[in-house]
Design a protein around this ligand. Structure first.
Ligand SMILES: [Zn+2]
Length: 262
């Protein structure tokens, strides 16, 4: 199991861990909700928790580089959520990044960053910080896809929701045609490849598509959205990708219609 296997999860484990966590967890919600009695602003919001000592460097990396904030600003500019969804950066002791529908909470785990960094380090990447930053961006978009499937009551089964969350990340990262979004998806695809190499026998109970399938989905979307820009991605097996991308964009845009800012 690697950090690439992010997912939607039940809240029981999270609640148990929260109960065991210290004072910082108890105090932070006060800062988030603002004036007493005011409902929280319905938007994607961020909260950083103190890391476990082993996660201090990755927590600092995440916070100093402000990797999460621009992603949430982009989501909030595009979509009007019906309720608050909080992205909480925290130490998860290996439980794995995921979305908790009961709490409307994305948990982004500092310890997942350690695992993802190791993938790139072991592969001899010349710029693991940049690679890791791209993976974080893709991960937040994927988890936001779960939050939106929940907000829109899409009622997908586990695997279908995972695939939809990947396609939501593709929509957000490719819809404006910025090359930065393509880099994010291609780097995430590389991370899935590395995860597949590191763990060639994926857990059969994992609700996600196999990492190699997820990698190909991202590459197909990048190719399909701008076929001329990445001639290296133009293989015969990707002849369908322009159509697949158009379907991804129209399906998610249709589903998101009630929440789109006009
Ligand atoms: Zn997921």
């Amino acid at each position: 199991m690697t950090a690439r296997n992010t997912h939607a999860r039940a809240s029981a484990a999270r609640a148990a861990r929260a109960a065991a966590t210290g004072l910082a967890t108890l105090l932070l919600p006060l800062a988030l909700t603002g004036c007493a009695g005011q409902p929280p602003t319905p938007e994607f919001a961020i909260r950083y928790e103190e890391p476990a000592p082993a996660d201090a460097a990755e927590a600092r990396f995440l916070r100093d580089r402000k990797l999460i904030e621009p992603v949430l600003a982009d989501l909030n500019a595009y979509l009007a959520l019906p309720h608050r969804v909080t992205v909480t950066a925290r130490s998860c002791a290996g439980e794995g990044t995921g979305y908790d529908p009961a709490e409307r909470l994305v948990e982004l785990c500092y310890d997942d960053l350690t695992e993802d960094r190791e993938l790139f380090d072991h592969a001899g990447s010349p710029h693991p910080d940049e690679d890791l930053a791209e993976v974080v961006r893709e991960t937040i978009h994927h988890e936001a896809g779960h939050a939106l499937a929940d907000a829109l009551d899409l009622a997908l089964d586990d695997r279908a929701e995972e695939d939809a969350a990947d396609r939501f990340a593709q929509l957000m990262l490719l819809r404006t045609g910025r090359p930065e979004g393509e880099t994010t998806l291609l780097t995430a695809a590389r991370a899935y490849d590395l995860a597949a190499e590191a763990d060639p026998a994926p857990d059969p109970s994992d609700e996600h598509a196999p990492p190699a399938t997820r990698a190909e989905s991202h590459r197909c979307a990048v190719h399909g959205a701008a076929p001329a820009r990445h001639p290296d991605l133009a293989t015969p097996t990707r002849a369908h990708c322009a159509t697949t991308w158009a379907e991804t964009r129209s399906a998610w845009t249709r589903d998101l219609d009630p929440l789109l800012r006009r």
